[in-house]
Design a binder for this molecule. Sequence first.
Ligand SMILES: Cc1cc2nc3c(=O)[nH]c(=O)nc-3n(C[C@H](O)[C@H](O)[C@H](O)COP(=O)(O)OP(=O)(O)OC[C@H]3O[C@@H](n4cnc5c(N)ncnc54)[C@H](O)[C@@H]3O)c2cc1C
Ligand code: SF4
Ligand code: SF4
Ligand code: SF4
Length: 415
Amino acid sequence: MSGQGAPKPVAAAPVAPQAMPLKSTVEGEGWKARPIKLKIFGNLIQEVVNKNLCMYCGACIASCPIDILFHSEKEEPVMRGTCAACQVCYYSCPRIELPVAEVERQVFGRSRTAEEAILGIHVGAYSVKSKDPDVARRAQDGGAVTSLLLYALDRKIIDYAVNSGLTSGKPWRPEPQIARTREDLLNHAGSRYTPGGQVGGLAEVAIPNRSVVNFQEERIALVGLPCELQGSWRMGTHWIAAPKLARNLVFTIGLFCSKVFDYQKMMVDYVQGKRGIDLNNVTKVNIKRNRLLVYVGDKLAIDEPVEAVAAAAREECNVCVDYSAELADIAVGAIGSSPGWSTVITRSPRGDEILRGAVESGYLDMKPLDPVGKGIKFLEKLCEKKRLRDPSAYLRHETAFPKPEPTLVPLEIPH
Ligand SMILES: Cc1cc2nc3c(=O)[nH]c(=O)nc-3n(C[C@H](O)[C@H](O)[C@H](O)COP(=O)(O)OP(=O)(O)OC[C@H]3O[C@@H](n4cnc5c(N)ncnc54)[C@H](O)[C@@H]3O)c2cc1C
Ligand code: SF4
Ligand code: SF4
Ligand code: SF4
């Protein structure tokens, strides 16, 4: 018997799970758990948040099965409650590991071709403009995002969109919100250049005690920044994470992105504090051709180099290499098209079908994206520039938890 005969080994060598006997031949020794180091919320804080890698995508918040993670004032996830050590939040975080090539195979059903190395997997590239005067007036650029969502709502392709609205009492602070109507969509149009934790918005609809709807029966479109879609798909494709939350996504729209800013430092301290503009009166914020443009009514109240808010840029963007929302069904930005038009890259056949449906139904004007000049080539240049950042913290990270699949191949980053 153990402890009475031969000395008990101090630490058993790790055994592959399938080789572990169900019952020990030596009484008392057969039921030892395999020594796996648990990775829980504390590890996420240590390995991601404390290293300034957290881009506040909200995937950890959305994925916690006991609903104890929340958005914080500091734009970081916080825990309120007792952790069940399930590890789901840790393995949902795209900044722990993002095996892009594998995720792409799961999302698009194929790998990218050599021609798609820079722009990512895609079906088509277009310039697009809303035909709806209300959308055109409220939108950031050509109103592609709002019009596509409006078409999808009108045609009952989705029950609602999770996009980004404004926090009540905090002017110009974005937060994930549900848009069920044209009015909601118009209220959420335009860009806020600070992060809102979009994937956390899925929790609002998915977790019963935060929810107003039955998640199981709803079809959703998600709008987010490239990193937010990384969070959504890391969560949706990792076997230990929370694939059920991604199950009801009919399609995703990603926004092109070079960086975001800290809300307090950019909007409160600079625009309101230093430049004396009441944020309640701001009607539009834009960053174009390296200039910060802030409108009050129709008047341009700030027009100056974006360096004015350089100190407010968030540090986690320094390791981000995705400019054109490479994991979205439909990617939308301004770069590549004339003012007042949106550049739209459709990446999945479903995304292309939705865009074509919106054009055929009269929601949008569309023309091919200029293949030379300021069109695709310019967009590719910006994508290449962003690839020069160093993503090694998460693209090649080896996690301690054993993977069920063969080793995943990370995205090749051209230099
Ligand atoms: C932080 C940020 C950085 C960007 N950087 C670039 C860039 O470098 N180059 C470029 O070409 N384009 C960039 N864009 C995209 C651009 O500003 C427009 O969002 C895009 O061209 C779509 O315009 P639209 O008229 O079709 O959108 P609209 O019809 O006005 O709809 C905009 C949609 O974006 C959502 N949204 C607004 N703010 C946020 C936010 N913070 N997080 C998530 N969703 C949000 C809204 O809810 C709405 O659904 C950026 C956008 C953001 C939010
Ligand atoms: S997801 Fe699991 S490990 Fe993370 S905070 Fe929630 S209970 Fe804890
Ligand atoms: S999942 Fe997103 S919000 Fe959570 S720690 Fe990772 S990067 Fe931050
Ligand atoms: S630069 Fe990357 S990490 Fe930063 S907000 Fe944009 S997509 Fe997210």
